[in-house]
Design a protein around this ligand. Structure first.
Ligand SMILES: C[S@@+](CC[C@H](N)C(=O)[O-])C[C@H]1O[C@@H](n2cnc3c(N)ncnc32)[C@H](O)[C@@H]1O
Length: 264
């Protein structure tokens, strides 16, 4: 399964490598925190420690989503499955959770993790966010953690998200957005794209794309990274560009809590 898009290829190779080495995506102290300070501790202790620490996210979409028993949840870019397993507990046996990811190595790890914790209401499907392998109008809540920024066609991702949500459905995602434009050298770097920086768009453009496909009640709340966090992330990414103005990256990039609804 592949597309001819070089961004898909680069991102898939990056995350296949990360999960094979079980390293975090960006660095020890940032969005992809292996000790995982992104979630409340009582949420994380419900899964094995190594599952809890295999996170490549930049926030806590589970708390943001306020999931209820019986709901159907879709996780866009489910990675090793942490958010799906946490969501599965929230929706209970009457609910179900579907994780979609394009990287086979991630799907394999997520399936193994679900088996380990006997999560019978979770399934993982290999596929693209831009062409979701999910029926229209069937999902109550879409969650996602640090993934939409990686897509080369975010407008298509929002079109697909809107299609699969049931009327009245909710989108609750953590993602990276920017305030202002990133330095050109960073924007053009494929390694910076795979590291969740170069693909991030301005918050106003993110909102614009969601509005265009029909989402309403859109809210973006910043969760800023400190300078040291961004620094270690940029070091870890080993960007294929040198001598770019780091200050411009510190100022522009932030993690955000994003919510929206599909009208009834
Ligand atoms: C930064 S990791 C986040 C994984 C997971 N959400 C987490 O919090 O640990 C990004 C994940 O999204 C997947 N991904 C990136 N772009 C994708 C796309 N266009 N379609 C499907 N999966 C994608 C990658 O394979 C990777 O597993």
């Amino acid at each position: 399964m592949s597309t001819s898009n070089p961004i898909h290829e680069t991102v898939r190779e990056h995350y296949a490598e990360r999960i094979k080495s079980s390293a975090s995506c960006c660095g020890p102290d940032n969005c992809c925190d292996t000790s995982n300070r992104l979630y409340p501790i009582d949420l994380l202790t419900t899964v094995p420690t190594d599952v809890a620490s295999t996170s490549y996210g930049c926030g806590d979409p589970i708390t943001l989503a306020s999931l209820k028993p019986g709901q159907t949840v879709l996780d866009l870019g489910s990675g090793a499955g942490l958010d799906c397993l946490l969501a599965a507990q929230k929706v209970g046996p009457e609910g179900r959770v579907i994780g979609v990811d394009m990287t086979p190595e991630m799907i394999e790890r997520a399936q193994a993790n679900a088996k380990r914790v006997n999560a019978a209401n979770v399934e993982f499907r290999q596929g693209y966010l831009e062409d979701l392998p999910v029926d229209s109008n069937t999902v109550d809540v879409i969650i996602s953690n640090c993934v939409i920024n990686l897509s080369p066609d975010k407008a298509k991702v929002f079109t697909e998200a809107f299609r699969v949500l049931a009327p009245g459905g909710k989108l609750a995602v953590s993602d990276i957005v920017t305030d202002g434009v990133l330095p050109e050298a960073v924007r053009n770097s494929l390694s910076a794209w795979a590291g969740c920086v170069a693909g991030a768009v301005e918050a106003k453009d993110y909102i614009g794309m969601m509005e265009t496909v029909g989402f309403t009640d859109i809210s973006i709340t910043p969760v800023f990274f400190d300078k040291q966090t961004v620094d270690s992330a940029l070091d870890e990414m080993k960007l294929d560009v040198k001598d770019y103005p780091r200050e411009a990256v510190y100022k522009a990039v932030y993690s955000a809590k994003i919510t929206a609804h599909k009208p009834i």
